[in-house]
Write a protein that binds this ligand. Structure first.
Ligand code: ADP
Ligand code: MG
Length: 634
């Protein structure tokens, strides 16, 4: 067994590699900058984890989602591999300790959110680390032409300057040709080097259902496909509504969106993973990092913003390789709604400025101040206070984030903290006067040093055990001490954070580049139109259309999508169709023919050949030149 397989086996217990994993690992191990394109679930993580385990030193992994970062760290730690994470929202002291561990503590993996890369504290420590590899997950985020641009990703290249000679492995599941080029350029690849697997999913049957009654259709489809599935809907409200609709029709369904408390999200996700709910109706917040292989269908109730997103979400079906369905429900109003969506996603600049000002007064940040402040953020509260539409507020903030003014994080779980705000003498007098608290205070002082100089994170379960009570009692003690002004107590929270990257500016100084904003808007529109085209066309194999979008040309018709099935019923079987198609391709490679001359040149029945030629011309695979001859379209 070679060294790669040994590591695969030893740490993960897998017996063989998936397609291209080994090739990517080898490329990285040879020190080459590498861009790997693999569909979701293809096994990208191992391609940086294994090379990092092979040599001495640490691998820095840049990844955008904090929740995912933690999953991966936990996963590695479970296998006895030393890994940790540094992300926005951790306190400076926490970051300090984590980075020290990476310098002195033989850690193998440091997961970091891109926003941290530019900070001085990070850059100073990185210089002292023995970095052997930089992995950039979700690398399409570096491209403004991609569908999920994150400005902080542009800082990765400055990391390269600190780490000359260290190879970079960029990973993504979706990238069109221009994005593939852009990623390599933005990461300063020393030489172009792309390794990609085909995105063809043979077991996935793509269907578009044009219907006047999406509810009815949804029910029909779910009733005839056994097994579990996901239904994606655009709005949070709709996820609840559809789940109720399904439940009323005796289909066990739950729903999921980012507005639910995280305990409830975990519970719902588990219900679905374990089969207690057959269907989960969710917004696009659901799915990343979820590893359920026997999903039999993914149904989209609404159009996605991009085909990249559609492909990712639909691709969650059938990871076990068995037949699965990706269904898109479509009605006439979808294309007119698309236009409204553009307007909502790209608020007028005036609106963005107004939201920015409201943000300043919401947090009472003085002009010229506030840089670097970390704030808890509740969008619903903010929007209602300033009478803003929540969506408008949200997309304005997103625009401000893209411009680098602010940063929004996922929900972050922060531990409870305490700080003694009285002097030791005062505390002593308090203990004497309040004997009931004496034992508890002594326990705090014994367990947590440094509580006089600043906040310390505490473990309420531990305190409960030590005092032989429960968490509720501990909580009440702490609240009492807080109200008596002995300590400052910050209870445990889970909340998204908003970080001010720059000092507060007045409305005139806030700059939003008109041309960039316009280009982004146009890109967004054209991507959305690709989705509308996908949904409304009825002449192209769905799989061919999707793959063509990702610049995979010359792929055979899938034979399984709604279009292919319709072709079949028109009299040309799918195997026959593909045979005729390749025969035509061969013939016109060697000579010039008009469409009328072609049928006689093949060995197939002319009436069928004519049908196939018609279809190929209609669907743009064949074209007729000005000279009248047909040509294969590149
Ligand atoms: P991606 O990042 O490409 O979406 P992941 O790295 O999260 O995919 O891997 C998806 C799943 O496939 C994980 O559960 C992983 O353990 C599993 N996996 C990866 N490589 C292999 C392999 N060679 N053999 C078996 N399972 C694998
Ligand atoms: Mg991944």
């Amino acid at each position: 067994m070679d060294i790669y397989s040994q590591i695969l086996n030893r740490y993960w217990g897998f017996s063989s590699f998936r397609p291209l994993q080994e090739e990517i690992i080898r490329s990285v191990a040879e020190g080459r900058d590498t861009l790997a394109l693999m569909p979701t679930g293809g096994g990208k993580s191992l391609t940086f984890q294994i090379p990092a385990l092979m040599s001495e030193g640490i691998c820095i992994v840049v990844t955008p989602l904090i929740a995912l970062m933690r999953d991966q760290v936990e996963n590695l730690v479970k296998r006895g591999i030393k890994a940790l994470a540094v992300y926005s929202g951790m306190s400076r002291a926490e970051i300090d300790i984590a980075l020290d561990n990476c310098v002195y503590g033989d850690y193998k993996f440091l997961y970091v959110s891109p926003e941290r890369l530019g900070t001085e504290i990070f850059r100073e420590r990185v210089k002292k680390m023995k970095v052997i590899l930089v992995a950039v997950d979700e690398a399409h985020c570096i491209s403004q032409w991609g569908y999920d641009f994150r400005p902080a990703y542009l800082q990765i290249v400055s990391l390269r300057e600190l780490l000359p000679g260290v190879p970079v492995l960029a990973l993504t599941a979706t990238a069109t040709a221009d994005v593939v080029d852009d990623i390599q350029q933005k990461l300063s690849f020393s030489a172009p080097n792309v390794i990609r697997t085909s995105f063809e999913r043979k077991n996935l049957h793509y269907l578009v259902e044009a219907t006047e009654d999406k509810h009815r259709k949804l029910l029909d489809i779910i009733s005839c496909i056994p097994g579990s599935g996901i239904v994606y809907a655009r709005s949070r409200r709709k996820t609840a509504e559809l789940a109720r609709f399904l439940s009323n029709n005796r289909i066990r369904a739950t729903f999921y969106h980012a507005g639910l408390p995280s305990s409830s999200r975990t519970a719902r996700q588990n219900d679905w993973m374990k089969g207690r709910a057959r269907v989960i109706v969710a917004t696009n917040a659901f799915g990343m990092g979820i590893d359920k292989s026997d999903v039999r269908f993914v149904i989209h109730f609404d159009l996605t913003d991009t085909l990249e997103a559609y492909f990712q979400e639909a691709g969650r079906a059938g990871r076990d390789g068995k037949v699965a369905f990706a269904v898109l429900l479509y009605d006439e109003s979808d294309s007119s709604n698309a236009a409204k969506r553009v307007a909502m996603k790209f608020p007028e600049k005036q609106v963005i400025k107004q939201v920015y000002q409201s943000l300043g007064s919401y947090y009472q940040i003085p002009y010229g101040g506030g840089k670097g402040t970390i704030l808890e953020f509740n969008i619903a509260d903010f929007a209602s206070r300033y009478k803003l539409n929540v969506m408008t507020a949200w997309y304005s903030l997103k625009a401000l984030e893209t411009e680098g003014y602010i940063e929004l994080t996922d929900e972050i779980n922060s531990p409870p903290k305490i700080h003694f705000t009285v002097s030791r003498d005062e505390l002593y007098r308090f203990q004497v006067a309040n004997a009931a608290f004496d034992g508890f205070i002594k326990l705090l002082l014994r367990t947590y040093s440094g509580v006089f100089s600043g906040f310390s994170a505490i473990d309420e379960d531990f305190l409960a055990r030590k005092t032989r009570t429960d968490r509720d009692v501990v909580y009440r003690y702490l609240v009492r001490l807080n109200n008596l002004n002995i300590i400052k107590y910050i209870p445990q929270r889970r909340s998204p954070l908003l970080i001010m990257n720059t000092e507060r500016l007045d409305a005139n100084s806030l700059y939003i580049s008109s041309s960039d904003y316009r280009i982004r808007k146009e890109r967004y529109m054209s991507k959305l139109m690709s989705v509308v085209r996908y949904a409304s066309s009825s002449g192209n194999c769905r799989s061919v259309m999707l793959l063509d979008y990702f610049d995979e040309k010359d792929v055979p018709r899938c034979g399984n999508c709604d279009v292919c099935r319709k072709e079949d019923s028109s009299g040309v079987g799918r195997v026959e169709f593909d045979l005729i198609r390749s025969s035509i391709q061969e013939i016109i490679r060697h000579g010039n023919y008009t469409p009328d001359e072609l049928p006689a040149k093949t060995d197939f029945p002319p009436e069928k050949t004519i049908k196939v030629i018609r279809w190929l011309l209609d669907n743009g695979q064949l074209e007729r030149g000005e000279d009248g001859f047909v040509r294969w379209r590149e």
